[in-house]
Design a binder for this molecule. Structure first.
Ligand code: BTN
Length: 324
């Protein structure tokens, strides 16, 4: 209900909406409208006015509340349930815990800060408070386990398109699923799966976007290779609007994938790719694995990179780190 009140106030920005109008639109009493408005004010929304004079939302602060994410969210499943935490070890871990206890598909876990954010290949993911979007989405796809990699590509497409929609940053996708801008990393995706031989129990797609991170907030070792939307465009971007755009894009791409139309998602991935068609080096990620050099020719339906080696052979790279 709070999300709906916010939505109406946002649509009428600058114009007071009376308690009676809100009550009528939402089928509530004026007292309960007032109670919701009081709770929204307590959560940090600058709502001026009274039930009689009407309520005005003075400005939309960059709050990552469940109401803010859900208000105006154009999805049917993703984000029907949103859990927001101030601080958590890792949103992926919390989402997995919820999943094991039967949480429904579409649960979204968001945190202002992660104290033990995890990246791919066993790395840490810097997640300072208040400036990023650290978000995990629970899916229960009726897919065979090998096809789950498709969802990571779908998520990368959703993030890159969402960043382009809410900012002026012309970002692209670096294989396998980093969203980059100006050659630096803006977003990483960590997809985790729990499955047995017969079926996939659940998938958690963990998305970390450096939204308003100032350069000084990155650990020194990634300061050269990481960036944020704010650094790239010189002004902050709204985190909740970005979350909504990502969820809407991911739900669409997820549906397409389940409906057997992954080709369309892959075509969008290719169009956003900054890797394809370029000479690349694949850095070894496991002991004993050689570094490879070649031209990144294509990705296949499993998300593997097809690398044209200097001797003309086509090599399929399943996991790794690309250096452009
Ligand atoms: C990468 O290494 O590129 C993947 C980074 C993924 C980070 C996100 S932030 C939200 C979610 N929770 C985590 O602990 N990791 C993912």
């Amino acid at each position: 209900m709070r999300a709906r009140i916010l939505e109406i106030l946002r649509e009428n920005r600058g114009r007071p909406v009376s308690g009676e109008e809100l009550a009528r639109a939402l089928g509530l009493s004026r007292t309960s409208v007032w109670k919701h408005v009081t709770a929204l004010r307590r959560a940090g929304y600058p709502i001026e006015g009274s039930p009689r004079r009407g309520y005005v939302l003075e400005s939309v602060p960059d709050l990552l509340t469940a109401e803010e994410i859900r208000s105006g969210l154009a999805t049917e499943v993703l984000g029907r349930q949103v859990e927001v935490r101030q601080s958590v070890s890792s949103t992926n871990d919390l989402a997995k815990e919820r999943a094991r206890r039967g949480a429904p598909e579409g649960l979204v876990v968001v945190a202002e800060e992660q104290t033990a954010g995890r990246g791919r290949l066993g790395r840490a993911w810097a997640s300072p408070p208040g400036v990023g979007l650290w978000m995990s989405v629970l899916l229960r796809p009726p897919l065979p386990a090998p096809e789950v990699a498709r969802l990571t590509l779908a998520a990368a497409v959703a993030v890159a398109e969402a960043v382009r929609a809410v900012s002026d940053v012309p970002c692209g996708i670096k294989w396998p699923n980093d969203v980059v801008a100006g050659g630096r990393k803006l977003c990483g995706i960590l997809t985790e799966i729990e499955a047995d031989w017969e079926r996939v129990h659940f998938v958690v797609v963990g998305i970390g976007v450096n939204v308003n991170t100032p350069a000084a907030a990155f650990p020194p070792e990634i300061r050269e290779s990481a960036t944020s939307i704010r650094i790239e465009q010189g002004r902050p971007a709204p985190r909740a609007a970005l979350a909504r755009a990502i969820l809407a894009g991911l739900e669409h791409a997820y549906r397409e994938t389940l409906a057997g139309r992954f080709d369309g998602v892959l075509a969008r991935w290719r169009a956003l790719s900054v890797t394809l068609g370029r000479p690349v080096r694949i850095l070894p990620v496991a002991e004993g694995q050689p570094a490879l050099a070649g031209v990144a020719e294509d990705v296949d339906g499993d998300g593997a990179l097809l690398l044209r080696l200097p001797d003309g052979r086509l090599h399929r790279v399943l996991a790794g780190e690309v250096s452009l």
